[in-house]
Design a protein around this ligand. Sequence first.
Ligand code: ADP
Ligand code: ADP
Length: 226
Amino acid sequence: MAHLQLKHIYKTYGDGTNAVEDFNLEVRDKEFIVLVGPSGCGKSTTLRMIAGLEEISSGELLMDEVLVNQLKPKDRNIAMVFQNYALYPHLSIYDNIAFNLRLQKVAKKEINRRVVRIAEILDLTKYLNKKPDFLSGGQRQRVALGRAIVRDAKVFLLDEPLSNLDAKLRMQMRTEIILLHKRLQTTTIYVTHDQTEALTMASRIVVMNNGKIMQIGTPHEVYEKP
Ligand code: ADP
Ligand code: ADP
């Protein structure tokens, strides 16, 4: 269960850049929001504020009706996947996926249960003992996804997670993420440049420009204007 409310969110960086202005959005439980807009319009900044990696200049961020502006990233129960999903090259796939759980001192048995389950979902079971070098780009991307979702986060934030992949892998991974969302039903905000991704994945699309929301609607409403 995760319901997000962003109320009059602003972000001004130290150098005076107004990256986000009066961002208002309610993300319903289980929703898959796709955030689109030109480079520099404030998409990453918005995700980073939700994750707690960037301070909110003003406005309110609520998670399940609780104000979380001041919570540290680790206390927000949010998992984020970045564009360049660096894995730990010297660790096995198992240990890459288990890494954050170990940091959180999750019990060993529970770590094993979750890593095995995630590996099954992402079709990585055969590779648990391998190092990242052994895997293809798409498999490595799945490991990065696994590392994020293994935490049972309430909210999933993805910042152009497929932009480094070739067209074929991008298509496979798109399907993969759609299936994963069907299965886990985690509230998701997904940033992309790719209109096909937006069309096929979104329950609602948020269009940003110049730090502001220009439009919010279903894929049909956004891309097939009357
Ligand atoms: P997008 O993800 O849509 O490409 P960003 O959120 O990265 O946009 O950037 C929004 C604006 O904020 C841009 O003008 C960018 O140059 C600026 N910006 C991003 N990060 C910083 C930072 N750490 N310091 C100053 N300005 C930044
Ligand atoms: P211990 O720390 O007691 O040796 P762990 O449960 O941490 O036990 O497992 C040791 C190592 O074995 C892990 O770091 C991991 O690399 C590997 N491992 C454990 N379970 C599996 C599994 N189901 N599949 C693949 N590798 C595993």
